[in-house]
Every structure is written in C-alpha cells, then in structure tokens.
Design a protein around this ligand. Structure first.
Ligand code: SF4
Ligand code: SF4
Length: 107
C-alpha cells in the first residue's frame, strides 16, 4: 500500500490481466472500461546493475516472458545483453522477481 492505495507488487509475481481485482472491488474503484486493453502503459526497464551489463552471463529474465519481449543481443567481448522490446512488453512484471539482482522494474 502507498498512501492507502493498492499497488501491484511485482516482486511477488506478475499480473495476468485477468481482471479479478477490478471485478472484486464492490466500490468500483478499479474501473475496467475495455477488458481487452492493458491496464497500464508501463514497461520493463533494466538497470545498470544487470549482471550481463557487468560482464556476467545471465539470461534468467528471458525465460518467464511469455511474449519474448526480452531479447539477448550478442556482443563482442562480453555476454549477450538483455534488451526490452517495448512494442511487445505488456508490463506484466513476470521478469521482475526472477532477476537475481533486482535489476528490473516496471515503470
Ligand atoms: S535476470 Fe537480471 S541480471 Fe540477469 S540478464 Fe536479466 S536483468 Fe540482467
Ligand atoms: S514485463 Fe512481462 S512482457 Fe515485459 S519484458 Fe517483463 S515478462 Fe516480458
């Protein structure tokens, strides 16, 4: 909770966009005008403490992404670097918790 408002804690898991939270809120505080639309426009961001950016091989975040929005580009002299395809990323947060150094945020 932030200032009394509900928030999604991606450290505990991803949002499946099922709409159960909106459906269960009897006061209608979580309106869902378009059930097909994503509820937010935030995307996954990878911070500088990413292991691959520091020269350590890591592809942990790629596996949980259902839409393959995290791609690993080969590069000379270092491990492949993760890059988020913002056009594909849904902001579901499934990549957040598995990252061993908490380098991913949804913003
Ligand atoms: S899981 Fe974390 S440390 Fe590993 S490549 Fe992804 S962002 Fe980097
Ligand atoms: S937030 Fe979801 S869709 Fe975006 S990169 Fe992470 S797992 Fe993939």
């Amino acid at each position: 909770m932030v200032r009394g408002y509900p928030e999604v804690d991606f450290k505990r898991g991803e949002c499946t966009f099922c709409g159960a939270c909106a459906a269960s809120c009897k006061d209608g505080a979580l309106p869902r005008a378009d059930a097909q639309a994503l509820p937010w426009k935030t995307k996954a961001r990878i911070a500088e403490n990413c292991l691959a950016r520091r020269g350590v091989e890591c592809r942990v975040c790629g596996d949980p992404c259902a839409v393959a929005a995290i791609r690993f580009s080969p590069r000379l002299g270092g491990p492949p670097m993760p890059e988020v395809d913002e056009g594909s990323c849904t902001g579901c947060g499934a990549c957040v918790a598995p990252c061993p150094v908490a380098a991913i945020s949804i913003t």
